[in-house]
Design a protein around this ligand. Structure first.
Ligand code: SF4
Ligand code: SF4
Length: 383
């Protein structure tokens, strides 16, 4: 039996108590998962992935804001424990943290080895309050840091908070916590204002200075394996949508992921999307990128976003290629400094290829994008 991890996402509700500036979800209280439908979904998830294929299952309880459905969370947890004690099921819920009562804290604390609560936090008070409905003071940040110290906080940048990105990341790192997010290369960022390139590049450079001497805290944005740029380019799919990921809507219907679902696409589009074979990576490979772009092997792209933009999965969103090149320069600079200072941090088999990639990235992209790191721009007005 194979033993891979399958991520099954179960939507508990479309409701949320916040109104974040970048939220794409259509919030409403008519879409609520019932316990009966939840049990059917859990039976299917565990039956297919755990009992049949031997996979471990990560059951991700999703919203809206999942803590609005705390009673349902408890019942689903108990149902799994009672009916599938032999299966390796871990639980996860991503929350805005504002609804956590003392009773909830105690319940999650007692199950923290099996149930991970992930916090979405955009940084310090100013960014958090601007982006996420003045919620900073309503969150017991320490509670999350103390109980799940290895769980990265999820940080999202808005056009307002990009100017504080480095500060916000360092604020989270000061709690000993890693950061997941800040990737403006994927997502609904329409950054055609060139000023934002200057702002973003300066923030990345500030973080390069910080990470040069701080190896222990991680930021998923900088976790790019540059050495793989030197490998042959093959067809690839960037995520596990429809394969290692499944998403169950509140009515019990199954979709490839949270984005390729009715919350984001009209039914007609969804019907066309769902006939695609998600196991065939060719259906997700942009042939032009594969043939021509040095960053192809490390380019992060979202299949659903590509479809939204082009009506097909195999044409990448190239709107943010400039930002991807800016990020690649920053990562190359950080890795160059680290190799020069402390090569033992690197896997010996990869150092040569990493250095090759650093040289190539600088040669290809610094002439056009280096100015964003060097030059100041006046009035970097965002929002
Ligand atoms: S950076 Fe742009 S051109 Fe290069 S692979 Fe990504 S989407 Fe394609
Ligand atoms: S299609 Fe986009 S949203 Fe869906 S799993 Fe892939 S990267 Fe994530």
């Amino acid at each position: 039996m194979i033993n891979n991890a399958h991520i099954a996402i179960l939507c508990l509700t479309h409701s949320c108590n916040l109104n974040c500036v970048y939220c794409f979800e259509k919030k409403d209280s008519t879409h609520e998962l019932t316990f009966e439908v939840a049990c059917q979904c859990v039976d299917e998830i565990i039956g297919t992935n755990c009992l049949k294929d031997g996979n471990t299952v990560n059951l991700n309880l999703f919203g809206g804001e999942p803590l609005l459905k705390f009673e349902l969370i408890k019942k689903i947890y108990d149902y799994v424990q009672a009916n599938y004690p032999e299966c390796n099921v871990s639980f996860f819920a991503s929350t805005n943290g504002t609804l956590l009562s003392e009773e909830m804290k105690q319940w999650f604390f007692e199950r923290k080895d099996k149930f991970c609560l992930g916090l979405s936090l955009d940084g310090d008070r100013d960014s958090q309050n601007h982006n996420r409905s003045n919620s900073f003071d309503a969150i017991d940040i320490e509670y999350f840091a103390r109980n799940w110290p290895n769980q990265f906080f999820k940080l999202t940048i808005s056009e307002y908070s990009v100017r504080n990105y480095a500060h916000d990341v360092k604020f989270i790192h000061s709690l000993g916590i890693g950061v997941n997010g800040g990737d403006v290369c994927v997502g609904n960022y329409k950054w055609d204002k060139e000023q934002l390139y200057y702002v973003y590049a300066k923030q990345l450079l500030e973080l390069v200075d910080y990470y040069e001497n701080n190896h222990d805290v991680k930021n998923s944005l900088f976790e790019i394996d540059l050495a793989s740029c030197t490998s042959p380019r093959v067809d690839r799919k960037c995520c596990g949508c429809g394969t290692s990921i499944s998403y169950y809507e509140t009515d019990g219907n199954k979709y490839p992921c949270t984005f390729i679902a009715p919350m984001a696409f009209p039914l007609k589009d969804l019907q066309e999307m769902l006939v695609v074979d998600f196991n065939d990576v060719q259906n997700f490979t942009d042939k032009e990128c594969k043939a021509n772009c040095y960053l192809y092997n490390v380019c992060r792209t979202c299949a659903a976003e590509n479809y939204m933009l082009h009506g097909r999965f195999d044409m990448y969103n190239k709107r943010n290629c400039g930002l991807k090149k800016i990020l690649a320069i920053a990562v190359a600079e950080l890795q160059a400094r680290r190799i020069a200072k402390n090569p033992s941090l690197y896997d010996a088999t990869k150092v040569y290829h990493t250095i090759e990639a650093i040289k190539k990235i600088k040669e290809l992209y610094v002439p056009e994008y280096g100015k964003y790191f060097m030059e100041e721009v006046e009035n970097p007005t965002t929002e």
